[in-house]
Design a protein around this ligand. Structure first.
Ligand code: PAF
Length: 280
């Protein structure tokens, strides 16, 4: 695996690969890698000639300084994991390489009304930071394909819009959620859970499954209510659990057979999100 820190080195490496007509799969990450990320790399390896993973903790997408400061940084372990799945390139730039000297942000305001819902409501400005950094990274890496995890479903819709508008040559690949044996969605934030919180965290997925079991015209709202009640019990600090249209993310007020149910809760000091796609 080649480790690249400078944007100029990445650009020349990529231009060589393009001269050789190689397809480039890109997996952008903020590090603290886990099996979920590795499954994205594996999907990229299957489809593309060269796989580039970036590790960059993007300051503009954090709306709380404390969250940015405490975001786990585990570079040595990340490198070992990337080697274990034969990733070709790790791009690990510093802030100046990506942003220059000013942390200016793009706006995601006109990406659709879903921008202000769910994660957008809980983390104002978050998606502005995401589109800002991805625009820069996509321009540097010039990927043929990008790979994103369904766990950040709303982010996936944002990325699809960015691609449609500014990078129509890139193919977006949605990869399913990787879970621990007890159902907890893998996340870099899971390491912050105490033993007791980790024991309780699978209830998030259990309650998504509960909703999917009740998913019929007569009982869908009952399922949602039950799951909400369960996740409003201490020590969970409930943010949202709602059923939405999978394309527009508009919250459902009438039943439809295909839906996505998205959830966010705080457990201790750790904020966790998850979702389940319901297909007819
Ligand atoms: O999902 C993430 O880890 C980040 O939002 C991303 C896509 C790497 C942008 O910083």
């Amino acid at each position: 695996m080649i480790l690249i820190n400078k944007s100029s080195d990445l650009l020349s490496y990529i231009s060589e690969q393009k001269q050789g007509n190689r397809s480039i799969g890109f997996v952008p990450t903020m590090g603290a890698l886990h099996n979920g990320h590795l499954s994205l790399i594996a999907a990229a390896k299957q489809k593309c000639d060269i796989v580039v993973c970036s590790i960059f903790v993007n300051p503009t997408q954090f709306n709380q300084e404390s969250d940015l400061a405490s975001y786990p940084r585990t570079l040595e372990n990340d490198i070992d994991l990337l080697l274990s799945v034969s990733c070709d390139v790790l791009f690990h730039p510093n802030i100046v390489e990506v942003y220059g000297n000013t942390l200016d942000k793009d706006s995601s305001e006109d990406y659709g009304s879903f921008i202000h819902q769910l994660e957008g409501a809980s983390r104002p400005g978050h998606f502005d930071g995401v589109v800002t950094v991805l625009r820069k990274l996509f321009a540097l890496v010039g990927p043929t394909d990008v790979f994103f995890g369904q766990k950040d479903y709303q982010q996936c819709l944002v990325v699809k819009t960015l691609i449609k508008r500014s990078f129509p040559q890139i193919v977006f690949n949605l990869c399913s959620i990787t879970r621990e044996e007890d159902g907890l969605a893998m996340s870099s934030r899971n390491v912050r859970l105490s033993e007791e919180e980790r024991r309780l965290a699978p209830q998030i997925h259990d309650n998504l499954q509960l909703v999917s079991q009740y998913w019929n015209k007569e009982q869908w709202q009952l399922g949602l209510n039950l799951a909400q009640l369960n996740l409003k019990k201490e020590p969970f600090c409930f943010e949202y659990l709602c059923a939405c249209d999978p394309f527009s993310l508009a919250e459902l007020n009438v039943f439809q057979s295909n839906a996505i149910v998205l959830v966010a809760v705080q457990l201790g000091s750790t904020r966790l999100i998850d979702n389940i796609i319901i297909v007819p």
